[in-house]
Design a protein around this ligand. Sequence first.
Ligand SMILES: Nc1ncnc2c1ncn2[C@@H]1O[C@H](COP(=O)(O)OP(=O)(O)OP(=O)(O)O)[C@@H](O)[C@H]1O
Length: 261
Amino acid sequence: MVATKKATTKQAERKPVVIVDDVHVIYKVYASGKRVTRGQGKNGIFSKTSNLREVHAVKGVSFTVYEGESIGIIGSNGSGKSTLLRAISGLTPIDGGSVYAIARPTLLGVGGALLPNISGERNILLGGMAMGESRKDMENAVDEIAKFAGLEEFIDLPMRTYSSGMAARLKFAIAAHRDHDILIVDEALSVGDKQFQNRSEARMRQLRENAGTVFLVSHAMESILETCNRVIWLEKGLIRMDGDPKKVVGAYTQYMDEISE
Ligand SMILES: Nc1ncnc2c1ncn2[C@@H]1O[C@H](COP(=O)(O)OP(=O)(O)OP(=O)(O)O)[C@@H](O)[C@H]1O
């Protein structure tokens, strides 16, 4: 009886974890392909503005995520999925609107930057500290992370000597070594070789189970349906649909079939 009452109260007090309020992201790119950073467009070293192109990748997206929700983000290529999640994690600056989160969201994927001229071990220390962990905890975690990444013999070598697969494995292992309140997964399942993929998939499953909130970007509808209890479909930087996974995935699949005919 008490348990039922508790559960009902809990449902009534749905706790917001992430609020995305009218978020816009605009990339500024030179037609030559050169990326422009803020402040360079006007009177900077690249003062020739005629070739400057703007890509409005996210055009006013709003939604609220509640505790315990696992959100799948789907949409066709270039619809703004990765940009939106990078904006939520704070890696991509936003050009309008706001993001509020109860904890710092961690982006678990192949995107994070490691430093090429320092060793794998020092990257583990710095990477972990950049995610808010103490130096001591990271020092204790080095061996385990190196082992998970399968890089024990290489961990004292500079990162620039690693293959791209080795570097991706290390990035995944650093981000995945502890549980996160808000976890953002950007198709990280495809990291590394088959053996590492199995290991990372198992760890991902564990992380998803332990995380309070999970965002998953994927083109694999099976993993979206398996993982998420809410799905947001983005198209051309706008939310096209938001709700029940089966309904949203069904509508998206139909749309993709129609446009490919
Ligand atoms: N660094 C960047 N500089 C300029 N434009 C970018 C950059 N990153 C993405 N874009 C553009 O922003 C738009 C959204 O890209 P984004 O990568 O967020 O889409 P996506 O939905 O994740 O795509 P995909 O499914 O192909 O991974 C695209 O038009 C893309 O060309």
